[in-house]
Write a protein that binds this ligand. Structure first.
Ligand SMILES: [Zn+2]
Length: 311
């Protein structure tokens, strides 16, 4: 009798196990993988489309990427100009989707114009070059929005919540576990955010310049403000005029730090820095070297890299 019950329980658990099918999750850029990873089961697969070391600006999908999208159960995208290269591929995709830009309550900031955001005495016109590749069909509001929305920790929370909802719909048998993981991830992120705030607060008045205008959401989260950017358009090297303006800014405003990025050639810093006394730091808005890490670890790195430049 007992063994009959045991066999019954065994076959029942096999049945349940069979019903929870491993999922194939595809994300456009690494920080999205960082957000959804803690909610996935170990059998689920997670693929990042953007190649390690590549910049999403000007990125193009290969046929192998198209196949990955067609085989996906969920596709997660930013939904701004940053991953507009995904739009065409998604036209023939009818699986689940999570688009960060579409989440209600999102923190959105307007794009900053030109390469210098601190008013200087001279007032010649700056190039108004909105370089991020945008889909022409997008509303004006989106073209004017700074697309690096994943660097807001509040936006990350919204994406994690929406991803959890979609995951529960696809895997109803795992619902309890998914909800528990979501809660643990959000709690831990909250705690981490407090720690980042304490670490960043002493740097609020520090003067710095960035490689490209990716960090507005990061800056705003901690009351910081970059004075300018080397690349006005992330796909084009800075003009002579822009370099001159930046040198004037660095000297005049006593800028302490310039942050380079792994996705841009370092050679573009040399003409800006020549003969100036300024520290060089590194900030990586994608935080990816081939291995997906949780969002907290990615953001933690951003915070430590930022503060390290001012030591
Ligand atoms: Zn960017």
């Amino acid at each position: 009798m007992r063994s009959a019950i045991r066999i019954f329980i065994l076959s029942l658990s096999l049945l349940v196990a069979n019903q929870v099918q491993a999922l194939n999750v595809v994300v456009s850029i690494p920080p999205l993988a960082a957000m959804v990873m803690p909610l996935l089961d170990e059998d689920d697969e997670l693929h990042v489309l953007l190649s390690p070391g590549a910049s999403p600006h000007g990125f193009q999908l290969k046929p192998s990427h198209m196949r990955q999208i067609q085989n996906a159960d969920i596709v997660v995208s930013v939904g701004t100009g940053i991953d507009a290269w995904l739009l065409r591929a998604l036209r023939n995709y009818d699986g689940s989707q999570v688009v960060m830009r579409q989440q209600p309550g999102l923190v959105l900031l307007p794009k900053r114009d030109g390469g210098i955001w601190q008013d200087l005495d001279h007032d010649h016109a700056h190039e108004h070059d909105h370089g991020h590749a945008e889909d022409e069909a997008k509303p004006l509001e989106d073209i004017r929005t700074d697309g690096h929305i994943w660097l807001s920790y509040q936006n990350a929370r919204l994406l994690i919540q929406e991803f959890s909802q979609q995951l529960q719909a696809l895997q109803p048998l795992r619902q309890g576990a998914i909800v528990a993981r979501e809660q643990a991830t959000l709690d831990s992120l909250n705690e981490a955010h407090q720690a980042w705030w304490l670490k960043m607060e002493p740097y609020q008045a520090q003067r710095f310049v960035v490689m490209h205008d990716a960090y507005q959401y990061f800056e705003q989260s901690f009351g910081l403000q970059a004075l300018g950017t080397i690349h006005v358009n992330p796909e084009v090297p800075p003009s002579m005029r822009a370099v001159q303006d930046l040198r004037e800014l660095i000297r005049g405003q006593k800028v302490k730090c310039i942050f380079k990025e792994p996705q841009f050639p370092e050679s573009r810093l040399a003409p800006v820095l020549q003969g100036l006394e300024v520290s060089i730091g590194t900030l990586d808005p994608l935080g990816f070297d081939g291995k997906v890490q949780p969002y907290e670890a990615f953001y933690d790195r951003l915070v430590s890299d930022f503060t390290a430049c001012f030591q």
